[in-house]
Design a protein around this ligand. Structure first.
Ligand SMILES: Nc1ncnc2c1ncn2[C@@H]1O[C@H](COP(=O)(O)OP(=O)(O)OP(=O)(O)O)[C@@H](O)[C@H]1O
Length: 244
């Protein structure tokens, strides 16, 4: 029997205040796949990835993480999540290293201090996103693009099998987008599963095996990445399929 895929949603529905944001989504993401979730503002992209992770409840259908419904899933160290907005800033200033080290929590025993494996994973994650030389800096003083890389490093530090990123390129300059593409390319070649939400793929495009396009909470395309005018947000009718 094949092992359960990282994510499988069947007939997934999500309702906010009586309005449906997901309207019957069937989606299985296989081990090692690199899937981009595309669509216009408000089409339901964030809702879909949050529902896959059990962060928003389904009003209909079901979803599983490695074959287990999110409420019963316990193996969170296998999953990395990079949210759309920064939960850091405000509060107590933390160094870049401290934020990244917090990504090890799911792997650490509560009664033991960080092990050498923890420290090595944090170092590797900082190195992967090109921020090793900023480890002692306050995370909230970095640029938006660098903060995004800190959040990615935090997820990488947990050495997840599957990584979910919500618009990792939004508001990120070209150099940081290239850096992100290099990191995600390495992960993908290592066989990790990547699901990312994007408006535009930019330098990530060559990495994408499969694009899932949402419109009004439904999947309207699932296959090769569609081509559209750069810098335009895909709207109804604007997406054209690449020949071949
Ligand atoms: N917490 C919430 N409460 C009520 N409505 C919500 C909530 N979150 C999202 N919505 C609505 O659900 C729909 C889908 O939103 P969602 O954020 O999933 O779309 P999106 O494709 O990720 O959009 P964007 O590209 O702007 O991030 C939108 O109409 C949005 O206004």
């Amino acid at each position: 029997m094949n092992p359960a895929p990282p994510f499988r949603m069947t007939g997934g529905r999500v309702r906010y205040d009586g309005r449906e944001a997901l309207r019957g989504v069937d989606l299985a993401v296989g081990d090692g796949e690199f899937v981009a979730v595309l669509g216009a503002n408000g089409s339901g992209k964030s809702t879909l990835v949050r529902a896959l992770l059990g962060l928003v409840p389904l009003s209909g259908g079901r979803t599983e993480i490695y074959g287990v419904p999110p409420a019963r899933f316990r193996d969170w160290k296998r999953i990395g999540y990079v949210p759309q907005r920064l939960p850091m800033g405000g509060g107590v200033p933390a160094t870049v290293r401290e934020v990244v080290a917090s990504g090890r929590v799911a792997r650490q025993s509560r009664w033991r201090p960080a092990s050498s494996a923890d420290r090595a994973a944090v170092d590797a994650a900082l190195h992967a996103v090109g921020l090793a030389d900023r480890a002692r800096d306050s995370a909230h003083l970095l640029s938006g693009g660098q903060q995004q890389r800190v959040l990615i490093a935090r997820a990488l530090a947990g050495e997840p099998d599957a990584l979910v990123l919500d618009e990792p390129t939004a508001g990120v300059d070209a150099a940081n987008q290239e850096a992100l593409a290099a990191v995600l390319g390495d992960l993908s070649r290592q066989g990790r599963t990547v699901v990312l939400v994007a408006h535009e793929l930019g330098p990530l495009e060559p990495l994408v095996d499969r694009a899932v396009v949402l419109e009004h909470g439904r999947i309207v395309h699932d296959g090769a990445p569609p081509a559209w005018t750069p810098h335009a947000h895909p709207r109804h009718g604007e997406i054209e399929m690449r020949a071949g």
